[in-house]
Design a protein around this ligand. Structure first.
Ligand code: ADP
Length: 483
């Protein structure tokens, strides 16, 4: 496929060539036609001049020689052949042939122009002259012989004038040459102009493709210049929009990549401690502690504790990755809130009792049905209650409350624990974020509980809110849609 530039130039040149050939042909045909018309007019005038002249000189028989002379002069000064013919076609006078040779001339009656003049009064014809062997144009003109009865040509019937076309043809050739030269010059100008126009169109495209090549090579921040509002500018705008989107996508990908690396780092870090401890206890046991009845049980218990921690951690990790990758399926339906809350409380009663805490539930007498995924909400609320139990001291009180708020039901968990410093409040829902690493681990936390709860509540179109005053406990709450 030839380049756009070549195609544009070629189209221009083709159009120019067609126009020029058509125009040139029309011009030269028109010129030829008008030239021929002019020549016919000239021939006619000459015939008329001869006609008048002969009428003038008609009575002066004695002046015949003079008459012939004058006719010859008219013929030579105008370069026009003059022939006088009688009604039978016999040539009475021929300016191109001396009088002495006149008898050699053929009968002219059948000459087309003579025939036409015979029928219509006048006639023209173009052909090779038998007499002088040149291409000639003739005009014949019929006269009334009665007028010439007294003249030197008493039988005169036709006055014919003729001119060699060689002159006309050379004239036409000159004009054709001029038209051709002019057309060629116009063609040259078109050639240059078409190159300029083509360049105007293709230069911005070439520049744009150079810029796009740079973008492709990684210079994603390049913006294509927009200098007009034509199609090319629109294309540039589209490319700019595309690179902006690409930049955003790349930023997003980098963020995800960072997130993934960070997640992997966190996970390995989380796994290392329990695995290390587990291995340590097992090694000690294998190295002989197994025979020491005083430490054996406690070491086995510790090993079990770390194995359980690993189990919890892996479960939470599986949960969070399922939620974050969108694989967790929710099944929403309406359910009664009272039995639900009682069930969640029952799940944690044992743990709270171990710390002599007062875990209770405050429910309205009549609560509407709530809409959500019961099992997932049990998990979300469970994590919050679990934290309240774990981070609050012995004897603390933990109250789970459900109350109406417009067309929703607010579920809240209030504890009388240590509270959370405002600087941590916005971050505790992040994965692996803990206010106090050691305390969290001691308390058996994975750092993922609140992150999981947040995702579950958000999947219900709601938000978890935390309010806390250090020293006087925390309240976690979220809304649920009701019937
Ligand atoms: P963890 O497994 O460490 O408990 P979470 O995501 O459940 O992880 O909680 C994040 C952090 O928020 C905890 O490490 C803890 O410091 C803090 N936190 C959560 N709930 C409470 C609470 N009821 N009282 C005080 N601090 C809390």
């Amino acid at each position: 496929m030839p380049s756009i530039r070549t195609r544009i130039s070629f189209t221009y040149l083709l159009i120019a060539a067609i126009v020029l050939v058509l125009l040139g042909t029309l011009l030269s045909l028109e010129f030829e036609r008008s030239l021929r018309e002019r020549i016919v007019a000239e021939l006619k005038t000459t015939s008329l001049v001869v006609h008048s002249f002969l009428l003038e000189t008609a009575p002066k028989r004695a002046w015949m020689q003079e008459t012939r002379k004058t006719l010859e002069i008219i013929a030579s000064t105008t370069s026009i052949r003059i022939t006088l013919i009688d009604g039978e076609g016999t040539v009475l006078f021929e300016s191109a042939v001396p009088d002495s040779m006149k008898h050699l001339l053929a009968n002219h009656l059948q000459r087309p122009e003579v025939q036409r003049a015979l029928k219509r009064g006048e006639g023209t014809d173009v052909r090779m002259s038998e007499t002088i062997g040149l291409e000639m144009m003739y005009h014949a003109h019929r006269v009334d012989p009665v007028q010439f009865e007294q003249s030197i040509f008493p039988r005169l019937r036709f006055i014919r004038s003729g001119i060699p076309l060689s002159e006309v043809n050379s004239h036409i050739a000159t004009i054709r040459l001029k038209i051709t030269i002019a057309a060629f010059l116009v063609f040259l100008v078109t050639l240059v102009a078409s190159r300029i126009v083509a360049r105007r169109v293709t230069d911005p495209i070439a520049k744009m493709s150079a810029d796009v090549a740079r973008i492709k090579a990684g210079e994603i921040d390049i913006r294509l210049p927009i200098q007009s509002d034509d199609e090319i500018a629109k294309l540039a705008e589209l490319i700019n929009e595309m690179t902006t989107k690409l930049r955003d996508d790349i930023a997003q990908l980098r963020k995800l990549e960072r997130y993934r690396t960070e997640f992997l780092g966190n996970v390995s870090h989380e796994l290392r401690t329990p695995i290390f401890s587990l291995k340590g206890y097992l090694e000690t046991l294998l190295d002989g502690a197994i025979d020491d009845s005083t430490v054996r049980r406690s070491f086995l218990e510790k090993a079990y504790h770390h194995a359980s921690r690993l189990d919890t951690l892996l479960n939470d990790l599986i949960e969070i990755s399922r939620i974050e990758s969108g694989q967790m399926k929710f099944s929403f339906r309406f359910f009664e809130v009272q039995p639900f809350l009682k069930e969640v409380i029952a799940d944690h009663q044992h743990a709270s009792q171990r710390k002599s805490q007062d875990l209770r539930c405050e429910l309205p007498d009549e609560a509407p049905l709530v809409y959500g995924d019961r099992d997932r909400l049990r998990q979300a609320l469970g994590n919050i209650i679990d934290n309240a139990i774990r981070y609050s001291p012995e004897g603390a009180s933990i109250v789970v409350n459900a109350g109406r708020s417009d067309d929703t039901l607010v579920i809240s968990v209030h504890d009388s624990g240590p509270g959370i410093d405002p600087i941590h409040l916005s971050r505790i829902f992040e994965r692996f974020y803990r206010i106090d690493q050691d305390r969290s681990r001691e308390a058996g936390g994975t750092g993922l509980g609140l992150a999981i709860s947040k995702h579950i509540v958000e999947a219900h179109g709601q938000k978890i809110v935390v309010e806390s005053t250090p020293g006087s406990g925390s309240t976690f709450s979220f809304h649920l849609r009701t019937s």
